[in-house]
Design a protein around this ligand. Sequence first.
Ligand SMILES: C[S@@+](CC[C@H](N)C(=O)[O-])C[C@H]1O[C@@H](n2cnc3c(N)ncnc32)[C@H](O)[C@@H]1O
Length: 270
Amino acid sequence: MTTVNYDRAVSYYDDTRGFRPGVSERYREAVLKLTGADAGTRILELAIGTGVIGLPFIAAGHSYVGVDISRGMMRQIAPKLAGRADPRLAQADITVALPFATVSFDLVQAIRVFHMLVDWRACIDEARRVLKPGGHLLIVEHQAPADQGDPPPWALVQGKWDAILKELGVDSGGLRNDLYPTEAILLRYLRSISADTRAIDLLIYRELPVSCRTMVERRAQRMFRSDWALPEPIYRLATRMLYEWLERDCPNADAPAERRMLFRAIIARF
Ligand SMILES: C[S@@+](CC[C@H](N)C(=O)[O-])C[C@H]1O[C@@H](n2cnc3c(N)ncnc32)[C@H](O)[C@@H]1O
């Protein structure tokens, strides 16, 4: 069992991982078109978090159930609906057992979570169990599109952070846990369990603009999952070195820049 509980990220999750207005609605429309889902479709979201993706489905009256390991994240959902809807939420580890009956959903979707699941096979097996025959499983991650061009200036911050950690003897790749499944591995596993599956570009969107300084401040406040396991003394030293770099060497430290991103989706039917 491996879980990454986001309880500690509740207060800043939407500000740092939320989308521009309209992006979640465009995501909903893309999924409805892709799967043919309608008002009668029973939808389950694995790792619903604060409802960044799920809210437009719930607000539009879809039959929507969410599950997450973090109660704190899910507690953010109901106030945003201001009583207009009553989302059904359950706390569970999606890599262990889903607290739902076999063959009970038409569509199961997991957004921005598979990259952190070590026991992802168990999660797929559970999704398959609760899906009705012919139902859709969507595994969605966001990534830079192939035609992205130059990365935004603030991407320098990640490179500098990795270099500082390396200097301090920490393998930042290990902290991010890049062992998690690639698209090719997921597709291979899904085919091995007889799924009809493919990967598609679902939606391109623009992120909210960010400056290098903002990224450094987020790092300094340990807002990134990969920093949560860093020992305090190393973390403090690394943060000080990052601020020194920001003030001394970072070009255009305060200029906000945005980037285009892609929702890449694996779609599987059993
Ligand atoms: C990056 S957030 C994504 C939330 C939402 N899907 C979104 O796109 O905004 C990851 C979420 O996965 C949840 N999570 C991580 N591992 C989990 C597990 N094994 N079981 C259930 N939830 C998990 C975290 O608590 C967090 O809410």
